[in-house]
Design a binder for this molecule. Structure first.
Ligand code: ADP
Ligand code: MG
Length: 481
């Protein structure tokens, strides 16, 4: 019965901005802190105080709008969204209503078959967060922490273009990557810097008419968004098949059981009585501002991905690993300025470097070997001075403990410079061949694979320093004489 239906999903994402101060005041916007220590008369909404706009948030919104191909709004009017709640000291939230700063954009994600698919962005607007109500600390009372009241948010609303829980997962992963590349939000869902509400409905396959949707609030990880949607799709289909009618409601997600639970029905639509904020002038976003911000934009993951595939001819898999996080991409980019073959650079980053980082739970920002040094190491291999295995298994670990040394110096000090000197090599080769006269006969009778045995001996005799290409060549030459 599930196959008869298709889901329709739209996500609302709140991204907390990484600014020093709050959206409309100079209070610290830092996460955590002793409760109620990042406050002032402005964020407490005392009478007579006036909000002022945090310019960095406007710039961040423009950056995100440019990165998501949005049309930017010239005249940005702020609006009051009125409701009563204990963690909202002013009794209203200053947000944007009719003039969101970004409109009609899209984000490209991968669909089930790995094909690129555009998810429309309806709008992105600027607003402020509310405080935090803490219900589980005191047995009798709800406690309020207003440190978060007034912290800047961007709300990103998608079109109902998402068609499966996996697409929702990919969409959120893409958003998190983008805000991290732009360095406007740390993307940490556990700390609530990125929060997601999922709107879900189901309809008969091929129908043009969307079904009634429910909204699942505040899910705290990307994986849980996927799980919540999976559950909700099944629940709605089963309800419809049982002849029930889906009602507009807000639901919560219970992670341990994987179920969504009704929190409140939305039969009476909220009336927030939006009206233009009288204490703030509109913010004008000029063409000049946009082009100035455009110049400061970092390379974005999808642009780097394209470049790695088209120019560097890397596989899609390699390109996506290298662009997953900005610091990795920047390291790789810098390494490529020292290395002629990006494929070799990619192998080093995804091989030795990533395994070292993983084993030591380190981020690449704290990796002690600079791209330039890795570049020198790669060059040593390319010039035939050391073998790849000496470079990756011997020199690389030593560089980590002696980062002030150059790869060549380490290779020389340890006597690892490869013998490509024909005379020295010839001795080893002759010795190896004289050890196994019967194998020489086998080789001559056609068992060419035997050459591996001689190579092994030459490597042993040379303590791994023989240049394998030259050695191979010499052995063949002698055997075929
Ligand atoms: P609200 O302000 O009540 O949250 P919006 O119109 O802003 O409502 O829509 C919120 C989100 O719901 C958007 O992401 C939109 O794409 C999505 N949405 C709208 N209709 C449906 C539907 N029938 N099924 C699933 N998602 C929907
Ligand atoms: Mg909503």
């Amino acid at each position: 019965m599930y196959e008869k239906y298709e889901p329709v999903i739209g996500l609302e994402v709140h991204a907390q901005m990484q600014t020093k101060s709050k959206m409309y005041s100079t209070d610290s916007a830092e996460y955590g802190g002793i409760p109620n220590s990042h406050i002032s008369p402005v964020s407490l909404g005392h009478p007579g105080t006036l909000p002022r706009i945090n310019k960095t948030v406007v710039e961040s919104a423009i950056k995100l709008g440019l990165a998501t191909h949005c049309t930017l709004t010239e005249e940005n009017i702020f609006a009051r969204k009125n409701y009563f709640y204990a963690d909202l000291p002013k009794g209203y939230q200053i947000t944007q209503d009719k003039t969101p700063i970004c409109r009609n954009g899209f984000i490209t994600i991968k669909d089930k078959s790995g094909q690129e698919k555009k998810i429309g962005i309806t709008r992105i607007h600027m607003e402020e967060d509310a405080g935090k109500s803490i219900h589980d600390l005191d047995p009798f009372d709800t406690l309020i922490d207003l440190n978060r009241a007034g912290v800047p948010l961007l709300e990103i609303v998608s079109e109902p273009d998402i068609q499966s829980p996996e697409e929702a997962y990919n969409y959120l992963t893409e958003i998190r990557k983008l805000v991290r590349y732009l360095e406007i939000c740390d993307g940490n869902m556990e700390e609530g810097s990125l929060r997601c509400d999922a709107n879900i409905s189901v309809m008969l396959k091929g129908s043009k008419q969307f079904g009634q949707r429910t909204e699942i609030k505040n899910i705290n990880s990307i994986r849980n968004v996927q799980r919540a949607i999976e559950y909700e799709i099944k629940r709605q289909i089963e309800a419809i098949e049982n002849g029930e009618i889906i009602t507009m409601e807000t639901r919560g997600f219970d992670a341990p059981s994987g179920k969504t639970i009704s929190m409140r029905t939305k039969e009476m639509a909220h009336d927030y009585r939006y009206f233009p904020e009288p204490d703030l002038l509109p913010v004008f976003v000029s063409e000049k501002t946009i082009s100035e911000i455009q110049k400061t934009m970092p390379p974005l993951p999808h642009q780097l991905f394209r470049k790695y595939i088209n120019e560097f001819e890397l596989s899609k898999y390699d390109a996506s690993i290298l662009t997953d996080s900005k610091p990795i991409a920047l390291y790789f980019e810098e390494l490529c300025t020292f290395v002629s073959n990006p494929k070799i650079a990619a192998n080093w980053v995804m091989g030795s470097i990533k395994s070292y980082l993983n084993e030591n739970a380190l981020e690449i920002q704290h990796f002690i070997i600079k791209p330039k040094t890795i570049g020198q190491l790669i060059l040593l291999v390319e010039e035939g001075k050391v073998s790849h295995s000496i470079a990756s298994q011997k020199i690389f670990p030593l560089l980590i403990s002696q980062p002030e040394k150059k790869p060549l110096q380490i290779a020389q000090e340890n006597n690892w410079i490869q013998e490509s000197n024909q005379d020295a090599l010839l001795d080893f080769v002759n010795k190896a061949i004289s050890m196994y006269p019967e194998k020489v006969a086998e080789y001559k009778s056609g068992k060419k694979g035997i050459i591996g045995l001689f190579m092994g001996e030459v490597m042993k005799l040379s303590k791994g320093k023989a240049d394998p290409k030259v050695a191979n060549h010499l052995i063949q030459e002698i055997l075929e004489k």
